[in-house]
Ligand binder design. Structure first.
Ligand SMILES: [Zn+2]
Length: 692
């Protein structure tokens, strides 16, 4: 890389050598204004590297082309990862402005890479003689993946089509950025302010404390219910005030529609319509009739029919189960002399009453056993028992926010595996949901690069001086993201393109969903689910009820999820997009599949970030269910071994699932771990949709 000549850049920490321990990003020095000039330098240096590979007078070899390509762009990559992580976890108006400004140039850069004719001709030449090159299986996999990346990004299109394709990608990048920012703005500006005691009726102490905390953060008196999932769901579960529940529910499920701000400002409908038209054009340019056909080609499922079949295998019994659940809610309301028809904003409320009656699981009873600190210890302990890992807290290392904890992750022999950042609390500068991401991916082609992995959650922070208590679902989310984290940390591959979670989309949820199983293991709960005040382990009876309750409300949850996946699939399967009215489309599709009127999609289209904050889950929201087939079947391997930490099974799991990245065909990797192909039955039983 050439040294920057602009004096402003001489002090840009993004371009300096990162000298902090483990070469962590310069979290405390970096400012929003550093990004655009640093990107300019990094993109230029990346282009120069690519030009040099293409201009090499020697004939293309694996080393001078594929390996060199994998090593290129590292400066760009580290800035890119820092930028998008900060934009998601600790954003600011200045950073959002850079995000909008950079969306098109960064998308254009992707096109520069994948439409680089000189580069592609070398990759293509190697691909056409791949069997004669004497490659290792990992090298072969890299060649095939990189070649496919080029083809899917438009490398084989005519020059005219490539130019149009580039424009489409840039426009999509801008639109998806705008989509996310609208939802974020809606969530940040919409809340319910509770003042009177009657507004608080039914809310347990923990919800009141979180609502108080949210009010303090906003400089308001009283209690604030934000429309972030961690606060709104408990509110809908416990609030006795039906009118308030309705208001809160409509604000929450209406985000991205422009109704909360009372203006069209945050309305995502026109943005979605534009995104869909561009995606169809993208698919057509590749010769596919629909975006679904294009997207599914590079998945385990492969075809629309395979996805639709799986979804329908679940949809029909899920609706039947939900209908039974609804009857129980209606009966509960009647027994309380409340003469109402169950509406969507009533479901969680009466479900909680039924759950308490059936399982006696009061949140106030359960949550003290699931403090955040103990659940983090539990996740670390499971990683140690399965894979021999140790997580060592490094209080002297500072991240981008004081709440973020940094850990060194060590192998059983004390050697360094990687670095782990844990960012657990909700705040207004962080987007909603829970996710894993990386600041650096593991690889060995350019030195022994250790991964830096982050887990983000959105738990409501306990009040000042009080521990943060989780619901059992929150604890499951913690384990889920930690499973993704392990997938990134345990990666053991040579090439960055094949590293960690860079696997096929319908395989990527396997390591995360599988890891959730250990949270429910009695020996894990006995050891770690201890009362926050007394340290007493969770009582057996409570543990048994928690286990029984796992199948409770699964009809509702499965209907919420599966309807979202079916609408996603239908939306992206369209072969004409001229007159797309999002609201109308959603309504029609739900009518077509017979959506129960008491349940809404888990994510309605106007805020369906999986589909419109980027393209990687578009037409692929089904992947969680696909992975659930694998995780339910996969955990059975430990059940069959008679030990949840069976070491031979854990070793196979590490080798073929958590460490192998994208070096193997996923079907093959699964078979190598399990000894056979997966079956659907364990997933249906786990959900209680088939008798156990
Ligand atoms: Zn996940």
């Amino acid at each position: 890389m050439n040294a920057p000549t602009d004096p402003k850049l001489l002090t840009n920490p993004l371009l300096d050598t990162w000298t902090s321990p483990h070469c962590l990003p310069p979290f405390t020095d970096v400012k929003a204004e550093h990004f655009a000039p640093a990107f300019a330098v990094a993109l230029k240096s990346h282009r120069d590297e690519l030009d040099a590979i293409a201009a090499n007078p020697a004939a293309a070899t694996f080393e001078n082309t594929l390996a060199a390509f994998d090593k290129s762009g590292r400066l760009h990559m580290r800035i890119d990862q820092l930028f998008y992580n900060l934009a998601a976890s600790e954003t600011s108006p200045a950073l959002q402005a850079v995000e909008r400004e950079m969306a098109a140039p960064l998308a254009a850069h992707t096109n520069v890479i994948y439409m680089h004719a000189g580069l592609f001709s070398r990759v293509d030449a190697l691909f056409s003689q791949r069997d004669a090159l004497g490659l290792t299986s990992e090298q072969m996999r890299l060649l095939e993946r990189v070649h496919l990346d080029f083809v899917r990004a438009g490398a084989k299109l005519s020059a005219g089509a490539q130019a149009r394709y580039g424009k489409i990608m840039e426009q999509l990048a801008e639109l998806t950025t705008q989509f996310s920012q609208n939802v974020l703005a809606d969530e940040a500006t919409t809340h319910l302010l509770l003042k009177d005691e009657s507004d608080l009726a039914g809310l347990p102490e923990s919800v009141r404390a979180s609502a108080k905390q949210a009010a303090v953060e906003r400089g308001l008196d009283g209690y604030v219910i934000t429309i972030s999932r961690s606060l709104i769901v408990p509110f809908l579960t416990f609030s006795d005030n039906r009118a308030l529940r309705e208001r809160a529910y409509k604000a929450w499920t209406g985000r991205g529609e422009g109704i909360n701000a009372g203006t069209e400002k945050f309305n995502n409908a026109p943005i979605i319509a534009s995104i869909m038209a561009l995606r169809l054009e993208q698919a057509n340019l590749h010769g596919y009739a629909s975006y679904t056909d294009y997207a599914l080609t590079d998945t385990m499922a492969g075809k629309h029919a395979a996805v639709f079949d799986l979804l329908m295998k679940v949809w029909v019994p899920a609706k039947e189960k939900a209908a039974l659940e609804c009857e129980a809610l209606q009966a509960m309301a009647l027994s309380r002399d409340e003469k109402i028809e169950i509406a969507p904003w009533d479901w969680r409320y009466y479900a909680e009453k039924v759950r308490q009656a059936r399982y006696d699981l009061d949140d106030a009873l359960v949550k003290p056993y699931f403090s955040l600190d103990r659940m983090v210890e539990a996740a670390f302990d499971c990683a140690q028992r399965l894979f021999g890992l140790r997580f060592v807290y490094q209080p002297e290392l500072k991240a981008y926010h004081p709440d973020v904890k940094i850990y060194e992750v060590q192998n059983a022999d004390g050697s360094l595996l990687g670095v782990f950042l844990h960012d657990n609390f909700s705040r207004s500068t962080k987007r909603g949901g829970a996710w894993m991401s990386s600041y650096r991916q593991q690889s060995r082609i350019d030195g022994d690069v250790k991964p830096i992995i982050v887990n983000n959650n959105n738990f409501a922070k306990g009040a000042e001086g009080k521990p943060t208590l989780l619901s059992f679902d929150d604890a499951r989310t913690l384990f889920h993201e930690f499973g993704h984290g392990l997938h990134g940390l345990l990666s053991s591959v040579n090439y960055e393109r094949l590293s960690g979670t860079s696997v096929l989309r319908d395989f990527v949820e396997l390591p995360s969903q599988l890891f959730e199983h250990w949270l429910s293991e009695p020996e894990v709960l006995k050891q770690h689910a201890r009362h926050v005040d007394t340290g007493e382990p969770i009582p057996d009876a409570l543990m048994a009820r928690l286990k029984e309750a796992r199948k409770f409300n699964q009809g509702f949850e499965t209907v919420e999820y599966t309807s979202s996946a079916l609408v996603d699939l239908a939306l992206h399967s369209q072969t004409a997009m001229a007159t797309l009215d999002i609201a109308q489309f959603e309504k029609q599709e739900l009518a077509k599949i017979g959506m129960p009127p008491q349940i809404l999609m888990r994510h309605r289209l106007p805020h369906f970030g999986h589909l419109f904050s980027g393209s990687s889950y578009a037409s692929q929201y089904y992947v969680y269910l696909w992975a659930e087939v694998l995780d339910a079947d996969g955990f059975e391997a430990f059940v069959e071994a008679g030990n949840a930490f069976d070491s031979a099974t854990a070793q196979r799991l590490r080798k073929f699932i958590y460490s192998s990245g994208n070096t193997m065909e996923p079907t093959e990797a699964y078979r190598a771990f399990r000894g056979r192909a997966p079956t659907v039955t364990p997933m249906l039983k786990k959900k209680g949709l088939l008798p156990a």
